[in-house]
Write a protein that binds this ligand. Structure first.
Ligand code: AMP
Ligand code: ZN
Length: 458
């Protein structure tokens, strides 16, 4: 199968040639853990979960290593601890647990490894030492170790920026201690109240960028297949990761392909706390949305495009899922997803195309492939089983009742009394029974809000 992914560095789609097809490796920058994941944070988790599922399907389940870290050392976390009077570990432990639960609700598979940055401080110190020895880094008067950007000639290649433009750009803070305003922190001293680790440069803590470089080196090595993250990370975070790793290990190559997801916005506006449109995954679940509807919305736009989260789209996805669930009721899934779905994903993870193919399977009444393909994409999993479970729990009397009502409706249709047939369908839907007319028979299934008590009153 020919697979192409858009590479941010090459600025075009390139053929994916694994370094070793029996041992594919990719890394994605994970969340900084101090508050509940918002729906924007869920986008890269879902996008790269699709990549993980796809690579496992094509190359074999045991042949793919996916590492997504937790940034559990960061000044935002320290501030949260100061503001709330809580310990850093209680905040990070709780937030990591929340994140795992939320992603589980979205049917995001656990990556192969989910390292916490604080478990890799020794590896960070080792890499900083190498950079100092090679003169790619220096110690300033205030005890910071800084990376010397001008010591790496390829700096700016990923984000397509020239050094001179960066200097004049407003995003680079000028500091008195830096030899050059572009230089960034590898290690900084900690005050007594800050978290810190002993190092050759005194008690301190790492800068954010070195965390990923060190975890990558420890867990997947110096050359690997794909590095991913949100588009906001291209500069400076990923540019800095490349600079650190390629200077420490010049012949390594680091990531072969760089993949970045676009940003999510809400009803056409940037999501922000000040605009009052900030949505956490938990808010959405509590408001009654199922994880799979959220997941489907996140997959409904191509991952590189900006994604607009709107009420209308949520309603559309919810309707489509109910329809597919109805169609697949009682169906045994095929062993594999349809090749049409894999072909869509092989073209730079084209999930909207994959959804068009799911619609085509539904139209062709190929429900076994529809179910297998939807489940492969992380849909119709949880709810489907819950719903099936509820269905199994229905006693004979209930089943009898449902079938008797369906027969009444079929009789009304036969006599062309469509008003009556529609009325029966509406009443059944209100109870949570979904009806699916096929050419020769009518199938039924239960929606997640099926209410057994209401059925008794029907
Ligand atoms: P953070 O916890 O801020 O480091 O972000 C974790 C991940 O979520 C990163 O890959 C970010 O690029 C991504 N991210 C944050 N906000 C958004 C958003 N609004 N849309 C899409 N991705 C986002
Ligand atoms: Zn990173």
């Amino acid at each position: 199968m020919k697979i192409r992914f858009y590479d941010t560095k090459e600025k075009k789609k390139t053929f994916f040639k694994p370094i070793n097809s029996k041992d594919i490796k990719f890394y994605v920058c994970g969340p900084t853990v101090y508050e509940r994941a918002h729906i924007g944070n869920a986008r890269p988790a879902v996008v790269f979960d699709v990549l993980f599922r796809f690579l496992r399907q094509v190359f074999g389940k045991t042949c793919v290593t996916y590492v997504r870290n937790f940034t559990d050392i960061d000044d935002k976390i320290n501030k949260q601890a100061r503001d709330t009077g809580r310990s850093i570990t209680s905040i990070t432990d709780e937030t990591i647990e929340w994140y795992k639960q939320d992603m589980n609700q979205l049917n995001v598979l656990e990556p192969t490894e989910s390292p916490r940055a604080t478990e890799y401080i020794d590896a960070m110190i080792r890499q900083i030492k190498i950079l100092l020895n090679k003169k790619n880094a220096y110690l300033d008067d205030a005890g910071h170790v800084l990376f010397s950007v001008r010591s790496f000639p390829d700096y700016g290649l990923l984000s397509n920026r020239k050094l001179e433009e960066m200097v004049s750009g407003s995003r680079v803070a000028v500091s008195e201690n830096k030899s050059d305003p572009l230089d960034f922190v590898l290690w900084k001293p900690s005050e007594v109240e800050d978290p810190g680790w002993d190092s050759p440069w005194g008690r301190g803590r790492p800068g954010w960028h070195i965390e990923c470089s060190a975890m990558i080196d420890e867990l997947i090595g110096k050359a690997f297949d794909i590095h991913g993250g949100g588009i906001d990370l291209v500069f400076p975070h990923h540019e800095n990761e490349i600079a650190q790793s390629c200077c420490a290990y010049p012949t390594s190559g680091f990531a072969n392909i760089w993949m970045h997801n676009g940003f999510l916005q809400i009803e056409g506006e940037k999501m922000s706390k000040s605009l009052g449109n900030f949505l956490t995954v938990q808010d959405l679940i509590s408001s009654g949305l199922t994880g799979e509807v959220i997941r489907m919305v996140l997959m409904s736009t191509h991952y590189r495009q900006p994604l607009d989260w709107t009420h209308q789209r949520v309603a559309e996805c919810s309707k489509i899922l109910s329809k597919w669930r109805g169609l697949c009721a009682g169906t045994v899934a095929s062993e594999r997803p349809s090749p049409t779905i894999l072909k869509a994903l092989a073209d730079d993870l084209n999930t909207p195309k994959a959804f068009a193919e799911l619609h085509a399977l539904a139209a062709a009444e190929n429900f076994s492939d529809l179910l297998a393909s939807a489940q492969f994409l992380g849909l119709l999993e949880q709810d489907f089983h819950d719903v099936e479970h509820k269905k199994r729990r229905l006693d004979e009397i209930d089943r009898h009742k449902i079938e008797a009502i369906i027969n009444k409706r079929s009789a009304a249709k036969k006599t062309k009394d469509f008003t009556k047939a529609d009325l029966i369908r509406k009443k059944m839907e209100a109870v949570g029974i979904l009806i699916n007319d096929q050419s020769d028979k009518t199938q039924w299934s239960l929606s997640p809000n099926f209410d057994q008590k209401k059925l008794k009153d029907l």
